[in-house]
Design a protein around this ligand. Structure first.
Ligand SMILES: O=C(O)CCC(=O)C(=O)O
Ligand SMILES: [Fe+2]
Length: 222
């Protein structure tokens, strides 16, 4: 069960995190090269607390939004569950940290980020997500992608790397999904894929979005 009792320490946890995380360095990295990896964004104990909030029920991940949403097991095989602060204090705390990042990105990078949506993801053994971009220029309101890994003690030989390419689709790097690690990258600029793993792999994938609402049209979340 998720530890509801941690509510009392939430403020302390957030404050400590904010004092450790060098927001300026994170924003400078995104500004200069478009991506950053923050190891130990959360402690192993905090990762365990988030894992205790993992849901019992999962839905197959789909491609596309709302009405266009459809499953496509040739492209992605993970299962997801959308995050909600009611899922427990660790989830609410995680979302609060993302809110701090959103504000820092708006202050430093003028990204005009309007909100944040995120889901837990479960990749069972052998599951993958083929190469894709999280946003296409001019066609999506996702601007900044976050991926946070929930696998304490992940062994590199288990695979499951996030393979990232540059805007010209040339190999850039492999990121091992080790617990506590946060990856941020500009959603339009970096095609990426998730390679299969020999172990179950858990993460939180999220997107900071600009406001896509326009005349006569309300941009749906998710
Ligand atoms: O889990 C990862 O490493 C990346 C997931 C991803 O690319 C996505 O959900 O769009
Ligand atoms: Fe992605």
């Amino acid at each position: 069960m998720c530890q509801q009792g941690e509510v009392a320490t939430k403020r302390t946890l957030s404050t400590r995190c904010e004092s450790i995380l060098d927001y300026q360095a994170v924003m400078d990295a995104i500004y200069t090269r478009g991506w950053v990896i923050v190891d130990d964004f959360l402690t192993a104990a905090e990762v365990d607390a988030l894992r205790a909030c993992l849901p019992d029920e999962w839905q197959p991940a789909g491609i596309g939004r709302e009405g266009l949403h459809q499953g496509n097991p040739e492209i992605r095989r993970d299962q997801i569950h959308w995050l909600d602060p009611d899922q427990g204090a660790p989830v609410a705390d995680y979302l609060a940290r993302m809110e701090s990042l959103r504000l820092a990105a708006n202050r430093n990078l003028m990204l005009g980020l309007f909100d944040y949506e995120a889901h837990f993801a479960r990749y069972r053994r052998g599951d993958f997500y083929a190469t894709h971009r999280d946003a296409f220029a001019g066609r999506s309101n996702r601007r900044l992608t976050s991926v946070f890994y929930l696998n304490n003690g992940w062994q590199p030989q288990a695979g499951g790397v996030l393979r990232v390419y540059d805007n010209d689709e040339q190999f850039l790097m492999d990121v091992s999904p080790k617990g506590g690690r946060l990856v941020l990258f500009l959603s339009e600029d970096f095609p990426h894929e998730v390679l299969p793993a020999s172990e179950q792999r858990y993460s939180i994938a999220g997107w900071f979005r600009v406001n896509g609402n326009g005349a006569g049209r309300v941009d749906p979340p998710r």
